[in-house]
Design a protein around this ligand. Sequence first.
Ligand code: SF4
Length: 352
Amino acid sequence: MITSDLLSWFYAHRRDLPWRTSRTPYSTWISEAMLQQTRVTTVLDYYPRFLERFPDPKALAGAQEDLVLKTWEGLGYYSRARNLIKGAKYVCENFGGELPSEPDLLLQIPGIGPYMSGAIASLAFDKPVPAVDGNCIRIYCRLDALPLVPSEGSTYKEIHSRVLKDIPEDAPGDFNEALMDLGATVCTPKSPKCEACPLSDSCSAFLLGKQEDFPAKKQKKESPVEEHTILKIYLGDKILVRKRPSTGLLAGLYELIDLPGTMTNKQVKNWLLENFPSLAEVKDEPDIRPMGKSRHIFSHLRWEMLGYEIHLPVSGRKNQKDLSACACRLGEPVPPDEYDKLAFASALRAYR
Ligand code: SF4
């Protein structure tokens, strides 16, 4: 059991924060709402000003939304302020203007979720209920070397039941605050200060020397893969390019001839004969030189490319005219100096 070690540490090291000095259920609610995704140092200024303007649920429920938002200005995530107004109205309409002490009833209030209901119930009403947030999950995952992913619902349940076993009946608020402080100052996401941690003797991750492996990171979903064959086709010294559509991936940028799938040399030759039929009438073969593989990773997609440089045999005026006509159906043959100035899709850098 970590309870007594954690509490002793907390009583010696707890942070001196304004919302801890004179706590009411309402002030706990306001501070917890402000602290969501916001640094403690930022909240320090806002908290007293907000409480001065809106000292209780009735004052907040009756306030102009503009004034509440103005008071909140700079804290970000304005939905929290709007939810506080909605919540205050709900408290006035359903609970006579006083926050209830039971976690289940707190959960009915707009904007109050499982963490905040646990925090208010334990900190303001001394109810032995966990307040499971990211800090709490990180600490418990490390203590027990649990490879759980914080954002998964099953993780919340697992950690909640573990905290429930440790939380003391006589100091539930202190215990939850101790976890908050430990997570904020010692068991931090990166480089935890294990040498200063009161729980290091019971911490499996520390004993394994793998603190930062816990909790587990969410596996990134593999991006879908697209295969492309990229053809850099020379017609004399001109290179065949085309402009991508004005919307969608790589919109409006220039590219080479881009065909779906990865094609063999023979398949490329067949494609050339199909698209440049006059090639069948000349004795010289197209010169097809492999340019190798390349990969480009977009945020949502991966391209695996295989490139070929192709020199079409230009012999005789008729053949040249025929090839140009076919080329123009596929794109635009441009001279080298113009080619160098085009805004090219960086995905094709390897074949540029
Ligand atoms: S020993 Fe290190 S990893 Fe374990 S709980 Fe303490 S600070 Fe976190």
